[in-house]
Design a protein around this ligand. Sequence first.
Ligand SMILES: Cc1cc2nc3c(=O)[nH]c(=O)nc-3n(C[C@H](O)[C@H](O)[C@H](O)COP(=O)(O)O)c2cc1C
Length: 155
Amino acid sequence: MRSLVIYYSKSGNTGIVADTIKKSINAHVKEITDYTFNRTVADYLFTSLIDSASIEPRKVDIEYYETIFIGTPVWFGSITPAIKKIIDNTDFKNKNIILFNTYKKVGEDLAIKRMARLVKKHNGKIVGAFSISSRGTIEDLEECTIEALKGLNIT
Ligand SMILES: Cc1cc2nc3c(=O)[nH]c(=O)nc-3n(C[C@H](O)[C@H](O)[C@H](O)COP(=O)(O)O)c2cc1C
């Protein structure tokens, strides 16, 4: 299975999940960087609706891949501006998509739903999704990710 992990991570947790997916299933990884530092309250509260990200790379070439993982931290029960932007910039036609997020306490399911809606708008076929709590240690993050991958029946 040719897999790519596209993710954004501000403080590293989602990056650890992405790295664990990479190691577990030999996926390629593309990190999205967001160079926006000044955001309004509305930008934060309506992240899946408002475009407030300046990202690098702006587009990712997904042609080679069969399965695309897309990962984001949960921000106020939603996705991050960077991940909204990269989804908006991509056509996922004929690709299997697996969504994931990391979160502290609440909003992870809603964030997955919002990401799913956006990905479907861009022709992606969602075949799986998982959320990883980032309250524990790095090892906890890695273990939970491996368990989540087993649940997807792809390892
Ligand atoms: C602006 C902001 C908003 C957040 N909103 C939520 C939230 O609604 N629910 C939650 O459980 N965690 C929330 N968190 C915590 C992050 O989702 C969590 O720490 C995540 O693992 C961070 O991922 P990262 O290290 O990849 O950036 C928020 C963090 C930030 C910085």
